[in-house]
Design a binder for this molecule. Structure first.
Ligand code: NAP
Length: 282
């Protein structure tokens, strides 16, 4: 089986790497080709164009946002410009459900099949093959790709037609955004009362509200250093997409405004946990 992989950012590199480790033949493409080097060293081959990947049986896409997926699928030199032979395209990016349904229709017209299959879990779970994968599209296409999804994640769920996967993803990321901001506000409040971050993190870790998410951010918080595992700009994007889907609950509104302001303050390329630095500055 020939696999294509488009998008070699923080997530795409370890995910495509897991397919190589599992023994699949993987051909990769990235807008910035030099980022493919670690995968080429692992045995991947580099595609000369996006259209070339239509020859694969299954093509995964893992790029930034709605604009990026539209560029790689329907752009002038995009994947869909080639003549397909039933290729299954699996978009794992976090985009709007509307974009997933649009891409599904564009794929259908171009002779491709399409699944939206975004993931929950950051770079650590991506490296360990322990992502949670939420899938929308035809069940038969899901069944075909499931053995590969099992190399990428600890759970893959088929949720309904195209757009169901991205809808579930926006919902889980609403909780992510609220949780990270909640942790940041808690630490700042504690500090204002004389409780240091290290002490408060220990309390959170041992309490019922401690989560692997916050535990994973402890080192960053203590060092006040936020290299992106999940970039803040992506969190701001996901909360914006949730609002565009009509989510306007009190915490969703507040978190969307806060991450947007942090983005405008220049923190977008740092990790989502840098919301702490932003709130501290306020
Ligand atoms: P990233 O590190 O910022 O990488 C983004 C990728 O998209 C790069 O390969 C980039 O290419 C490509 N790209 C951006 N604009 C493009 C365009 N116009 N045309 C073609 N390619 C384009 O992002 P990531 O962290 O891997 O995240 C990828 C997706 O997964 C996002 O939708 C994100 O919300 C989602 N996600 C991320 C995490 C996480 O923890 N990081 C977790 C779950 C879901 P270049 O290399 O050329 O810039």
């Amino acid at each position: 089986m020939k696999i294509g992989w488009i998008g070699l950012g923080n997530m795409g590199i370890p995910m495509a790497g897991n397919l190589l480790v599992a023994g699949y033949e993987v051909k990769v493409w990235n807008r910035t080709p030099s980022k493919a080097e670690p995968l080429l060293a692992q045995g991947a081959t580099l595609a000369g164009s996006l259209a070339e990947l239509a020859e694969c049986d299954i093509v995964f896409t893992m790029v930034s946002d709605d604009e990026a997926v539209k560029a790689v699928y329907t752009g002038p030199d995009g994947l869909l410009t080639s003549g397909a032979r039933g290729t299954l395209a699996v978009d794992m990016s976090t985009v709007s459900p509307q974009t997933s349904r649009y891409l599904a229709e564009q794929c259908r017209q171009a002779g491709f099949r399409f699944l939206d299959a975004p993931v929950s879990g950051s770079v650590g779970p991506a490296k360990e093959g322990k992502l949670v994968i939420m899938v929308g599209g035809d069940e038969s296409d899901y069944t075909q790709v499931k053995p590969l999804l099992d190399k990428l994640g600890k759970l893959a769920l088929h949720l309904g037609p195209n757009g169901a996967g991205t809808s579930a993803k926006l919902a889980i990321n609403l909780l992510l955004g609220i949780t990270v901001q909640g942790a940041a506000e808690t630490l700042l409040f504690a500090r204002s009362m004389g409780i240091e971050a290290e002490q408060m993190l220990t309390i959170i870790r041992e309490s019922a509200v401690g989560t692997p998410l916050i535990r994973g951010k402890e080192a960053s918080i203590l060092a006040d250093n936020y290299p992106a595992a999940f970039a803040l700009k992506h969190m701001a994007k996901d909360l914006r997409l949730a609002r565009e889907e009509g989510v306007s609950t009190p915490l969703a509104e507040s978190a969307a405004a806060c991450y947007r302001a942090a983005l405008e303050d220049g923190l977008g390329d740092l990790d989502v946990m840098a919301i702490l630095r932003f709130l501290d500055r306020q």
